[in-house]
Design a protein around this ligand. Structure first.
Ligand code: PLP
Length: 358
């Protein structure tokens, strides 16, 4: 399908598999990884699947100093009949190229990248767990490898894909979390890199996260970087509110990450004829809605948790309890339907599923 062929060096020293009942998130990695190199002369070349092992990089590699790097996150799911399938991988690869564009990294061939994912998952298919809620997390990323301390785009890169079996996000069913509104630190600003999945955004979010988790909150709710008025995201998820019979979510404004789950939620709500609006939303407004009894549900949406209901919002000295701290109907229906499609329990009516063939 593409000009590239993928060479394969088999790992003859397979690792012992971890206990698939205690996987947690992102702790274990499979036997192989995919690598593609970039140089100015050859562009993207030398596609290979090789044994998983540490990289050798020059200490002056640009990625270590100036963070010119992008990543993606998606999952492979095992169905009841033993098939392995991906959820909307084309969306992730489109976004990878949008992140590349922002970070001055050369574009990759999206279809080829999906082929590479499928090939790698197929080779490491024994690592796809099958207990309910578990999956194989796929982490494609690009690093700038040129040894150079000047601040400029690298002339060499590596596109790498690694795989990690992950446990069920909810051990005992979907469960609401407590969230603190962040008034001091910001995640991103318009004109910055908030719309790109790039390392710096996550490094700069750690401080706020650390401070609220010390107070017993799961995540922060990020406000806009200029007026600190408008709601942007929750942790590293997009955020939705159910106001009476309507769902609202912040409109994409240049600093919000354009989530695949966000897009899927909006598509499903439209399909169910539940009104959904993408618009600016202030924290003030959410507080008013809560006071008037009009705030029915709130939830985060992202690949890791799929839907993460918010049971409580803490804003300055105010506490907003949402739906008595319980999972609401819309949150639950979205969770069931999205995971139903992902695990092949429900019909794939939107053509979102890509099977990994073997
Ligand atoms: C990855 C990410 C999301 C969610 O995107 P999905 O494609 O739904 O996983 C939302 N916000 C941030 C900041 C992210 O990094």
């Amino acid at each position: 399908m593409s000009a590239y062929t993928i060479t394969y060096i088999k790992n003859e020293n397979k690792k012992e598999k971890p206990d698939f009942d205690n996987l947690a998130f992102g702790k274990y990695f499979t036997d192989h990884m995919f690598i593609l190199d970039y140089s100015e002369q050859k562009e993207w070349h030398n596609a290979r699947i090789v044994p998983y092992k540490p990289l050798q990089l020059d200490p002056a590699a640009i990625v270590f100093h100036y963070g010119q790097t992008v990543f993606e996150g998606l999952k492979a799911y095992k169905t009841k009949s033993g098939d392995i399938q991906l959820f909307r991988p084309n969306k992730n690869m489109e976004r990878l190229n949008r992140s590349n564009e922002r970070m001055c990294i050369p574009e990759i061939d999206e279809e080829f990248a999906i082929e590479a994912i499928k090939n790698l998952v197929e080779i490491d298919k024994d690592w796809v767990p099958d207990a309910p809620g578990t999956s194989l997390y796929i982490r494609p990323f690009i690093i700038s490898t040129e040894p150079y301390l000047g601040v400029s785009p690298s002339s060499t890169y590596q596109f790498i894909i690694i795989l990690s079996p992950v446990g069920a996000y909810y051990e005992e069913g979907i469960n609401p979390v407590r969230i603190a509104v962040e008034n001091e630190f910001v995640r991103a600003v318009k004109g910055g890199t908030g719309e790109a999945k790039t390392a710096g955004n996550y490094a700069s979010s750690l401080k706020a996260q650390e401070m609220v988790s010390n107070k017993g909150y799961a995540q922060v709710l990020w406000l806009d970087g200029i007026e600190k008025k408008y709601i942007e995201e929750v942790g590293s998820m997009n955020v939705f509110f159910v106001i009476n019979d309507e769902v609202i979510t912040p409109e994409l404004n240049g600093s919000i990450l354009n989530g695949v789950t966000r897009n899927s939620v909006i598509t499903l709500l439209n399909h169910w004829n539940i009104p959904v609006k993408e618009r600016k939303i202030t924290m003030e407004e959410i507080y008013e809605y809560a006071q008037n009894g009009e705030l029915k549900e709130a939830f985060g949406a992202g690949t890791a948790a799929v839907i993460s209901p918010i049971g409580e919002l803490s804003w300055n000295d105010k506490k907003i309890e949402i739906n008595d701290g319980k999972t609401g109907k819309i949150s639950f229906d979205l969770y069931e339907t999205l995971t139903g499609i992902q695990y092949g329990r429900d019909e794939d009516i939107f053509d979102w599923i890509v099977k990994v063939k073997f």
